[in-house]
Ligand binder design. Structure first.
Ligand code: KG4
Ligand code: ZN
Length: 348
């Protein structure tokens, strides 16, 4: 058993958790969404400052809630890539300081590997190999999870990430930031067949379409054109927002589902584990689960609180690396962009 104190500050959530293998002993999360909302997106400098103001309090809370002393903690981990450099530095520096003061091993964790490990928190029996569908604000990938630290990306978005598409469409509908939760809510009240929208297929030079890659920027532009067209005929404040939201969500959900099912079947994998903020989407949860079941595939979604950014998933990934004897050098720095294929570069 490995007990890890983990810190996540890669974007706009400050989070600290204590995890014992796949069991969450405590998890503290403070979202900065209200601070960034007036700007329509995350302001990096503001994010770093807020992480700094709250991180020590959160560490105390996580230790207190877990009712564990430092004697029981085997290692300290923090997200070190990818993400906002200033924001990552706050969590990484805090983790290194704790590791030095308490004389514990230190582990840097790749943020996307954390999202993959969120599935282990609710499915303690889950073991690789499986297919991971990672859908967050910054990433959309299909990953063949082979073992701890060994990942092969087999499909990506060529432009906007799924969460980014939700956020951009919400902005053009004046629905505020972040867009995913509000579109999800509106979509439940609208007609998904109201407006046909392009799924965004990626052409292959040899003809046909890429089976796993996606492209969502054309979908966003199609929604913009639709809104402009409707505005010519309808009052601005009587736009059929719910129908637009439902049609957009249905298109993106079908695109993700089609690619994930094809990838799992082609690779002979029987499980699809979804991670990242968009895994909270109700339309995706329903459609992918139902379609997966039709193909005898097991589809796993983490509980909602572990879909968006949190430190429990980072601790869970760190615990597994710790078991495999992987620890990081204290000289490890942050990296705003690091591919999942290079996870093992983080360990000595
Ligand atoms: O994983 P996450 O918390 O942060 C990143 O690592 O990016 O994901 C945030 C993204 C945002 O784009 C947000 O709009 C989206 O997840 N999101 C959703 C939902 N909840 C959050 N998208 C669709 N439906 C939701 N219910
Ligand atoms: Zn994330």
């Amino acid at each position: 058993m490995a007990t890890i104190l983990a810190i996540e500050t890669s974007c706009d959530e400050t989070a600290v958790a204590i995890v014992r293998d796949r069991h969450v002993c405590s998890s503290v999360i403070t979202s900065q969404i209200d601070t960034h909302r007036p700007y329509g997106g995350v302001v990096p400098e503001v994010a770093s400052r807020q992480h700094l103001e709250i991180i020590n309090w959160e560490i105390d809370q996580a230790v207190e809630q877990a009712e564990l002393g430092w004697d029981s903690i085997d290692g300290v981990a923090a997200t070190c890539a990818p993400g906002l450099v200033g924001a990552l530095l706050v969590g990484l520096t805090a983790a290194k300081s704790l590791a030095v003061v308490h004389q514990k091993p230190f582990l840097g964790v790749h943020h996307l590997e954390g999202h993959i490990y969120a599935s282990y928190l609710s499915e303690p029996e889950l073991q690789p190999p499986f297919l991971s569908l990672l859908v967050s604000g910054g990433h959309t990938s299909l990953i063949h999870v082979k073992s701890c630290g060994v990942y092969e990306s087999i499909g990506e978005t060529r432009d906007d990430a799924a969460g980014e598409a939700f956020d951009k469409v919400a902005r053009l509908l004046n629905l505020g930031y972040p867009g995913g939760p509000v579109i999800d809510k509106l979509a439940a009240m609208g007609n998904p067949q109201a407006y046909p929208l392009p799924e965004g297929r990626v052409s292959l030079p040899t003809g046909g379409y890429h089976p796993y890659d996606a492209s969502f920027s054309g979908l966003k532009t199609a929604v913009l054109r639709l809104v402009q067209k409707l505005e010519q005929t309808e009052e601005k404040n009587s736009l059929p927002i719910a129908d637009i939201a439902a049609s957009f969500q249905d298109t993106i959900v079908r695109a993700l589902t089609k690619r994930a099912i094809a990838a799992a079947l082609d690779l002979g994998l029987d499980t699809i584990a979804v991670g990242g903020g968009v895994a909270a989407n109700r339309g995706l949860r329903q459609h992918l689960t139902a379609t997966g079941n039709q193909h005898n595939l097991r589809v796993l979604f983490p509980p909602l609180k572990f879909c968006t950014d949190n430190a429990a998933m980072i601790g869970c990934a760190a615990a597994d690396h710790f078991h495999h004897g992987h620890v990081s050098d204290l000289k490890l720095g942050v990296n705003s962009r690091l591919s999942l294929a290079r996870v093992m570069d983080l360990y000595v």
